[in-house]
Design a protein around this ligand. Structure first.
Ligand code: RTP
Length: 148
């Protein structure tokens, strides 16, 4: 079953949005497979955002992500990468639809509350980076009430 990497960024943690965000993924029907509360250092953040290293905002992005604890999670379910991005909303909150996490809770692109993998391949890479120990092996007993 497909998995994605979701991270509540330091602003989301400091603003008390952890429960709200987890609740949205839970209520959709996705399964939580891994969760950790962690403050990452610069080299780790640079690895996570390696694809963006040439961007002018890279340094500010790394400072932002290392500025406090984040909630790193693995969520599982059919289509969870694409649907997770829909739940999160467009990167720039000025363009995120109301009803999405960023549309409801963010204003600036550099304080957009949450990260979600943009493809299955990057999800697998990010899960391996953040959860090298692996994730929980459990299957929700709700399965037959969510999938036909
Ligand atoms: P994320 O990786 O955080 O889920 O965001 P994303 O795929 O929607 O966007 P991406 O282009 O990968 O950018 C990663 C994060 O960098 C910050 N950003 N700042 N100042 C800017 O122009 C700018 N552009 C991007 C955002 O925090 C974005 O989520």
């Amino acid at each position: 079953m497909e998995q994605t990497f979701i991270m509540i960024k330091p602003d989301g943690v400091q603003r008390g949005l952890v429960g709200e965000i987890i609740g949205r993924f839970e209520k959709k029907g996705f399964t939580l497979k891994g969760l950790k509360f962690i403050t990452v250092d610069r080299p780790f953040a640079e690895r996570h955002y390696a694809d963006l290293s040439s961007k002018p905002f890279f340094n500010g992005l790394v400072e932002y992500i290392t500025s406090g604890p984040v909630v790193a999670m693995v969520w599982q379910g059919k289509g969870v990468v694409t649907t997770g991005r829909k739940i999160i909303g467009a990167t720039n909150p000025a363009e995120s639809a109301p009803g999405t996490i960023r549309g409801d809770y963010a204003i600036d692109i550099g304080r957009n509350v949450i990260h979600g993998s943009d493809a299955v391949e990057s999800a697998n890479k990010e899960i391996a980076l953040w959860f090298p120990e692996g994730v929980a092996e459990w299957r929700s007993s709700l399965h037959s009430w969510i999938y036909e």
